[in-house]
Design a protein around this ligand. Sequence first.
Ligand code: IVH
Length: 675
Amino acid sequence: MSDANKQVEKKIEALREKIRSHEYLYYVLDQPEISDAEFDKLMRDLKDLEVAHPELLTADSPTQRVGGKPREGFLKVRHSSPMLSLDNTYNEDELRDWERRVPELTGRVDVDYVCELKLDGMSLALIYEGGKLVRGITRGDGSVGEDVTLNVRTVRSIPLSISKEQLKKAGIPADFEVRGELLMPTAAFRKLNEEREKNGLATFANPRNFTAGTVRQLDSSVTAQRRLDFFPYILLSNGRTYFERHWKTLNALQEAGFKVNTNRKLVHNMEDVWAFIQEWAAKRESLAYEIDGIVVKVDRTALQDELGFTGKAPRWAIAYKYAARAGITQLEDIRVQVGRTGKLTPVAMLAPVLIGGTTVRNATLHNMDEIDRLGVKIGDWVQVERGGDVIPKVAKVIDDKDHPRPRDLKDFEMPEKCPVCGTKVVRTEGEVDYRCVNANCPAKLRETILHFASRGIMNIDGMGDALVNQLTERGLLKNVADIYKLTKADLLSLERMGDKSAQNILDEIENSKKLPLERVIYGLGIRMVGERTAQFLAEHFGSMEALENAGVEELQNVNEVGPRIAESIVEFFGIAANRKLVERLREAGLTLTGQKKQRGTKLVGKTFVLTGTLAHFTRDEAKKMIEDAGGKVTGSVSKKTDYVVAGADAGSKLDKAKELGVKVIEEKELTQLLG
Ligand code: IVH
């Protein structure tokens, strides 16, 4: 390296260090020392230098949080040791029962406990090597999770790199693993959800679901835009707890620059544990994020090891779950909402009631089965619960001294026609939900169009939320086929649309016509027909026309298509408006024919179920190989299953196979079958 280059490298490293320390002040401590503009300036300077010297770019540079290209999917990764969950307790007695077992099993009476908030997010493992973040893994099934490193890197409170000195000061080795909770603060959740609502996108029920949806985004630049937070609570080295005390772990992680939750306490007896629980029951509304209880952990690692585990939970820790915030009120009416997937949801209209500081006026009743289960009628007194969810739920019917059941109750019935478009509502055999399956139903319009135009389907770049909103509001798009009727004048009549952008969009639309049949099938948004199924359908039928006319029987000859999917397809094409739509797409010149493809024939007619962890390939890989050989892979074992392929730790599916006398094979035998 030349001297000049060495100079630049030094400058870059100094800038990075500076930015890292400001990130820490801002995202971990919430105590920024410089303005956003000054921070942006530092970032820009660093970016400029890195662009000019790409050879000096490193993965742990703060500029690399922005997120990269969309990925195809996530790799499965095995955890260094199982990621456990916690047993729950719901009252003081249960908590005392748990506490009693600690001295019984360890012979120790002077036990210290650490009390922490039970954060309502999702657990995540972070692997650091040489102080650098190399991998982020979701919990998955506890043994195997998904590699979400690119997304995790976008979380500002997660250090991408920790200096040797700092780790040394904290007493943490250079190679280590941190586990903790990834979550979305309530305010960010509300704001993002409102934006989604405004843009006609599906909203999330609670911050936890939003977090899970965010960390599993294939496009990490999306993750980068949503502010997630990470609070660690476990430190491992070689899969084992590193420090001799949990309290020390938390302090060391904090010292190393992680955002350890400050609402924690080391206590010496159960009275203080109970006081902590009481304290936070009263204060939980004041937190910036949702908690659903308190976690109590035995402080000493040696005692933890002695206590060990039961099933999937440690005996050395316990969750105390707060009761849902609830109130009693009267159910005045039940209205039906049509969601963007066409699902009809009954919503309870309530006499306003104050629950946990919020006035609640409606609550979800989920579906008809739930209404039957609750036995609820219009006019009833009901108990309404508010968890972390945006929409509270009706928990039960109340009939007691203070709230005697009224006489003039009214039964609720699902409407026969969609309240939005009037199309006959369907309920597929064996399914809970009633749906409107008219693809042109206005309730579903924006979502259907966004789905159709999205990347990976019809790839109409530029046809995002803002554009689709305007187009649907002005009545220029009433269904996806209208996309192909748009003129330049239509587009130019919109806000913030110049000639060049309008032309680009028209070009994109024109290009989409060349995309293969499977994309169009997927784009139609037929319920339960995802990307893979669309592919199989295109290969099997070779044309939209053949697919439109296929019956339930024939459809089930297609890979992965069972009776439910077959019904859904027949139902879709059974609606005149949907057929008309396809006809218009045909007229517009889209590709509605394709190559029929014969997959391999070795395994034709054979149905497989995969269970447990395979040694040489992931389940997805095994599935693809079986399918490529003409076989079918299903999720559950029945008499129709030909083979159950059992890997390590196979569970209930293996038992079921034995019970039904289905042939169980090992990975080696599968390889032989595949040739
Ligand atoms: S300790 C072996 N501490 O709760 C110990 N978990 O219901 C495992 N959680 O999967 C976890 N806050 O995702 C621990 N302070 C906390 C927590 C916490 C939230 C989550 C975690 C776990 C789930 C179990």
